[in-house]
Design a protein around this ligand. Structure first.
Ligand SMILES: [Zn+2]
Length: 471
């Protein structure tokens, strides 16, 4: 009986080879290297070598292999009109410092394989590959084709999938083993943009003058540090006293330093991913709030006043009039990841906005524009990646749910997130693993690893999933 295929038994029969191939893939340093870009290796040699490794492996095992512009590739088997896509990537972020063993050594300790890319995304890529191989080798008749799509630029600019889908078939449906189990079926839209203060002639600053103010470097992070440099004539001790009182009241760390007539203020916050600003403490917003009430005038006062009025303790866009929430993905969130002011160039703010799948983004944008125009700000550089969502009653979601529950014995809760996964490059796709609930997320960290038990378990889940989706 087909329903009685013991998927884990099939995985265990191939365990040694699966681990070996995973280690060999991990030993390739596939970090983006555009300095050594060549026509046949546009993203550098390492990345190309990792892609080639997968294509060679697939060819050897009898899959149809195709290199697509040296940016991506695929391995295919099966027959039929419809196509199941499995979207993986073999590029990795740089290894960074502090590793216990060689980041490209793929050493095994305590049942874990340690290497950059172990969990993101070479381990899962190999799990999905072996899953395909198992289904192929079992030889049951299939009604659809299965194709693993291998990207090489997921960690940077997604030029791999952009190029791939400009030239190749979009799968009927698919999954990306590049995030969390059980299933991420909805992802908010992601809009990054700047708000820039329009130049004003009325810049009569008296008393304290703000030379510069700066906090944060990335749209998608809550800044954990902010600094301002002020010039003042006269006694600054009352000002310093109120700064200290402010820090104490807000429970923040910070310091001040008086040097050659310049007062430098620093505030420490707590960093967090910008998709949920409430998990952090935005140092820039706090320092701006203090400065808003510090007796400064002119452009600087308008800038800090703006931050205080619209952003302080408000990550939902309520004061800006754009708050919105839906059942599928929850609240719209707004993170001020970059804040800056200087006497010469005025004030600016850089945001990432994560908006629910049912948001009317054009209307939201218009509301935002109108609100900030009254305060002398304009929007610049609005980039928008649309929300991504597969209906929960969809065959894809229902099948993966069933498979996950059968394989793990746990309930497959459907997740929605504020971040974007690789799955959003598929027309109908979800993120499906590889990180099991409760596991430490070590992607992009030192000593990145994947547990061998999880590698095997993921392979069994993917194998059954592929079979059930194409049988
Ligand atoms: Zn990844």
């Amino acid at each position: 009986m087909l329903s009685q295929i013991d998927w884990m038994k099939e995985v265990l029969a191939r365990k040694e080879a699966l681990i070996k191939d995973t280690q060999n893939l991990l030993r390739i340093k596939s970090v983006l290297d555009e300095e050594h870009s060549a026509p046949e290796a546009p993203l550098g040699e390492g990345v190309k070598e990792a892609l080639q490794f997968m294509l060679d492996l697939g060819e050897k095992d009898g899959f149809t292999a195709k290199n697509v512009g040296n940016l991506a590739g695929h391995l295919e088997f099966g027959q039929g009109e419809e196509l199941l896509g499995i979207l993986c990537h073999v590029d990795v972020v740089p290894e960074g410092d502090g590793w216990t063993s060689d980041p490209y050594g793929a050493e095994i300790r305590d049942g874990k394989i340690f290497a950059r890319g172990a969990i993101d995304d070479k381990g899962p890529t190999m799990a999905a590959y072996y899953a395909m191989k198992i289904v192929k080798e079992l030889g049951y008749p299939l009604n659809r084709r299965v194709r693993m799509i291998i990207g090489t630029d997921e960690e940077s600019n997604w030029r791999c999938v952009d190029h791939y889908f400009e030239n190749e078939e979009m799968p009927t449906f698919g999954f990306a083993p590049d995030a969390d189990f059980p299933i991420i079926y909805a992802e908010k839209g992601i809009a990054d943009f700047d708000m820039v203060q329009k130049p004003s002639t009325a810049n009569s600053e008296s008393g304290i003058e703000v030379v510069s103010f700066e906090s944060g470097r990335r749209y998608n992070m809550v800044p954990d540090f902010a600094t301002a440099t002020l010039v003042a004539s006269g006694d600054m001790s009352p000002f310093v006293k109120s700064f200290k009182a402010f820090l104490a009241e807000k429970g923040l760390k910070g310091k001040h330093d008086m040097n050659e007539g310049k007062l430098v203020l620093e505030v420490e916050g707590i960093s967090a991913h910008g998709m949920e600003p409430d998990n952090g403490k935005n140092a820039g917003i706090f320092l701006a709030c203090f400065l808003a009430d510090a007796g400064i005038d002119g452009n600087a006062a308008r800038y800090f006043g703006f931050v205080k009025k619209y952003l302080y303790q408000d990550s939902r866009g309520r004061a800006l009039g754009i708050a919105y929430s839906d059942e599928i993905t929850g609240d719209l969130t707004l993170n001020a990841g970059k804040l800056s002011y200087s006497k010469e160039s005025g004030g600016a703010l850089g945001f990432t906005m994560r908006y629910p799948v049912t948001t009317d983004i054009e209307k939201t944008k218009e509301t935002l524009k109108a609100t900030i125009a009254k305060e002398g700000f304009v929007i610049e550089g609005f980039s928008n990646s649309k929300p991504h969502h597969v209906d929960e009653k969809d065959f894809l979601v229902q099948t993966l749910k069933k498979v996950y529950e059968e394989q793990t014995g746990d309930k497959a809760e459907l997740l929605s997130i504020g971040g974007g996964t690789y799955a959003r490059s598929l027309k109908s796709g979800v993120a499906f693993g590889p990180l099991f609930p409760g596991r430490e997320d070590v992607a992009h960290q030192k000593d990145e690893y994947m547990m061998i038990d999880d590698l095997l378990k993921a392979t069994a889940i993917y194998a059954q999933a592929i079979y059930e989706l194409v049988k």
